[in-house]
Design a protein around this ligand. Structure first.
Ligand code: 2BA
Length: 109
């Protein structure tokens, strides 16, 4: 068994939940926050048999889109006068960031 941690954008999370239900993939959804953008994203925890890992990754890949987003990068205009401003830079977020981990035990009581 493996544990898949998939960090996805909030915009894709409902569709991904529905696709998991349809494919009989059990998952837990967590509301999380990206360390860089400091805005909300969603992390899915999926415990799955080894032979279904690729299937789950394919579902995630199909549903989760990469999107361009602008963030404000700080710029120092004049160090001597200590004036600061910022300018927008474009970054690409997602589709999804996935980790696949080995599972030592799985118990349901
Ligand atoms: P955030 O940390 O909010 O990052 C959002 C996007 O900002 C990233 O998209 C990436 O394009 C950019 N970014 C992040 N750190 C950066 C940096 N130091 N310099 C320049 N640009 C940077 P993604 O790579 O698609 O990541 C989406 C979300 O997945 C991240 O949200 C974070 O929550 C998670 N994530 C990504 N890599 C991770 C990792 N190695 N470990 C844990 N979580 C990760």
């Amino acid at each position: 068994m493996k544990l898949i941690l998939a960090i996805v954008q909030d915009k894709d999370s409902n569709r991904l939940s529905n696709e998991f239900i349809e494919a009989d993939v059990r998952a837990t959804k967590l509301s999380t926050t990206g360390g860089f953008l400091k805005s909300g994203n969603t992390t899915f925890i999926v415990g799955i048999d080894d032979e279904r890992v690729d299937e789950v990754l394919e579902i995630i890949k199909k549903v989760c889109q990469a999107r361009e987003q602008y963030v404000n990068a700080p710029i120092s205009l004049d160090i001597s006068m200590d004036t600061h401003s910022s300018y927008p830079i474009e970054i690409q977020v997602g589709g999804a960031t996935c980790f696949v981990l080995p599972v030592e035990g799985f118990h349901r009581f």
